[in-house]
Design a protein around this ligand. Structure first.
Ligand code: FES
Length: 206
C-alpha cells in the first residue's frame, strides 16, 4: 500500500500504516482491541519485503561478530532496513541486539550468547532498553516499569507481565553466524508462532 506523504487518509479511502499508528496512539486505544486489528496490513510484512538473510549492522556500520561483540552489552539495530531514512527511523523497526551477561551464557562464542528483541514495549509501545548493571541485567521500559527477561523476552514485572499471551513476550529475530563469526539475521516471519508481531507479541513455545 502506498503511504500518504501528508499523513491524510489516502484517496482510495484506506488508511496508511503511518496514519493507523497515529490514530491508534491519538485514540489511546492501546492493545485492548488487538485481536480485532488487521496487524499484517500495517506491520512489517513479508509480503512487501523480500525475505533474505541480512547482516547484523551496528551503529558504526560494521557487522556484529561473535568474537568481538562485548559480553553483557547491547546496541540498537534497525530491521528490516529499507534505505528510506524516515521509514528506517520508525520505532517498529528498532531492535535491541543483546549479548547476554556471563551468568546467562553470554560468554559462549556462538549464537546462543545473543538475543535480538523488538524494542517496542508490549504495554503501550514505549521503547525499552537493556540495562547491564549487576542487579538489573534485564530490559526495562521507562514508561510504566515493565521488565523483560533477556533469556526469552518474557515480561516478568509491570503491566506487560499482566497481559495475556502473546502480548507478554517480545518478538525475537533469529541469528546465524558465518565462518568468520559475523552474525546474520534470518528472514523474519511475522507470526506469533514464529518471530512474533512487533507491538503485539509472540507465543513462547517451551
Ligand atoms: S509502555 Fe512500557 S510499561 Fe507501559
Amino acid at each position: 500500500m502506498a503511504e500518504s506523504e501528508t499523513g491524510e487518509i489516502d484517496t482510495r479511502g484506506t488508511v496508511t500504516r503511518r496514519d493507523f499508528l497515529r490514530l491508534l496512539g491519538a485514540a489511546g486505544v492501546g492493545l485492548a482491541f488487538a485481536p480485532f486489528i488487521p496487524w499484517g496490513q500495517f506491520m512489517p510484512n513479508p509480503s512487501n519485503i523480500v525475505p533474505k538473510k541480512v547482516k547484523v549492522t551496528l551503529s558504526d556500520g560494521t557487522t556484529a561478530n561473535l568474537k568481538t561483540f562485548p559480553v553483557n552489552s547491547s546496541e540498537v539495530i534497525t530491521y528490516p532496513v529499507t534505505g528510506d531514512p524516515v521509514l528506517d527511523s520508525e520505532a517498529f523497526k528498532k531492535w535491541q541486539f543483546v549479548r547476554l551477561p556471563p551468568e546467562m551464557g553470554g560468554s559462549v562464542n556462538d549464537i546462543s550468547a545473543f538475543r535480538v528483541y523488538s524494542m517496542v514495549c508490549l504495554h503501550l509501545w514505549c521503547l525499552w532498553k537493556y540495562w547491564p548493571e549487576i542487579g538489573r541485567r534485564r530490559g526495562e521500559c521507562p514508561c510504566h516499569g515493565s521488565m523483560y527477561n533477556m533469556l526469552n523476552g518474557k515480561a516478568f514485572a509491570g503491566p506487560a507481565s499482566l497481559q495475556a499471551p502473546p502480548s507478554n513476550v517480545l518478538p525475537l529475530l533469529f541469528l546465524e553466524a558465518d565462518g568468520t563469526g559475523d552474525l546474520w539475521i534470518k528472514p523474519a516471519v511475522w507470526d506469533v508462532n514464529v518471530n512474533g508481531i512487533v507491538g503485539y507479541g509472540r507465543l513462547l513455545h517451551s
